[in-house]
Design a protein around this ligand. Sequence first.
Ligand SMILES: NC(=O)c1ccc[n+]([C@@H]2O[C@H](COP(=O)([O-])OP(=O)(O)OC[C@H]3O[C@@H](n4cnc5c(N)ncnc54)[C@H](OP(=O)(O)O)[C@@H]3O)[C@@H](O)[C@H]2O)c1
Length: 278
Amino acid sequence: MSAMAPEISIDTNILLVGCGNMGRALLSGWLTRGVDHKRIRAVDLEAGAIGSAQSLNVFASTELSKVLEEFDVDLVVFAVKPQNLEALLPAYRGLADGGAIFLSVAAGKPISFYEDILGKGVVFVRAMPNMPAAIHQGITALCPNPNVQFNQRKLVGDVMTAIGEIVWLEKEVMMDAVTAVSGSGPAYVFLFIEGLTEAGIKVGLEEKLARRLAKATVAGAGAYAMQAESGAAELRKQVTSPGGTTAAALEVLMGEDAFNALLKKAVQAATDRGQELR
Ligand SMILES: NC(=O)c1ccc[n+]([C@@H]2O[C@H](COP(=O)([O-])OP(=O)(O)OC[C@H]3O[C@@H](n4cnc5c(N)ncnc54)[C@H](OP(=O)(O)O)[C@@H]3O)[C@@H](O)[C@H]2O)c1
């Protein structure tokens, strides 16, 4: 989603818990898309994180009680590391009992983990964003628990479109696979840029030029693929003349046990690791 994306109208008070990388991406997305700064409050343990929320005109504190003063929370968004959740969740039980909606972007933790602490009646959505959220071009997979009503689902969807596209998953079991594809995916693309840069240097380019060519090629091809009507395989065929230079490279990349086979292995490894970490 680009800076041209339409404003979102959210008539909702949001409490952001954790103002690190992902929390800041969310904050800036909400504010850029027109959410009133008075409708957002943030809590974080770190002075730097508090400062960055305050610099965006958002009330922030290390103390939850202060943040909750004269603020009726409709939606709580957890953007803390998974290992911090167990200790912090009990303090939010009162908000859950009061009917607030909860959303968490923490990787790995299943919905049942939150329900065990916040109560079975909690209205909860598990989310998996990815790093381009920082420039509002992420994609976030969302999975609701059975307590989430249609209008609450709409609201959560609107809130998360502030950092890019959204997709809804009906089965939580898909989260490990989604994490392996889009959550971890930016790292694979960065590796591809690294590799293309190194390969460019090997065939005689200066490093700076090779890096520039590799980055711009990945960004341009990605943007082209996003707006094209054809699928990726069709686009690949369109830019490959029989017997030409691209065909020569693809013969290597598409060989047995080559690029796609490796990617399948990599995504399987990430999916398996997600299951182990649960
Ligand atoms: N970054 C990504 O690309 C990405 C992608 C997908 C999902 N996620 C998920 O997003 C979550 C946040 O990741 P991140 O990269 O933003 O982490 P981060 O930069 O470490 O930010 C987390 C922030 O939460 C604060 N915090 C810790 N305990 C807290 C508490 N009890 N109350 C309030 N704030 C607390 C941390 O403070 P301290 O530093 O003092 O602990 C830190 O400032 C993770 O669960 C991760 O799995 C991130």
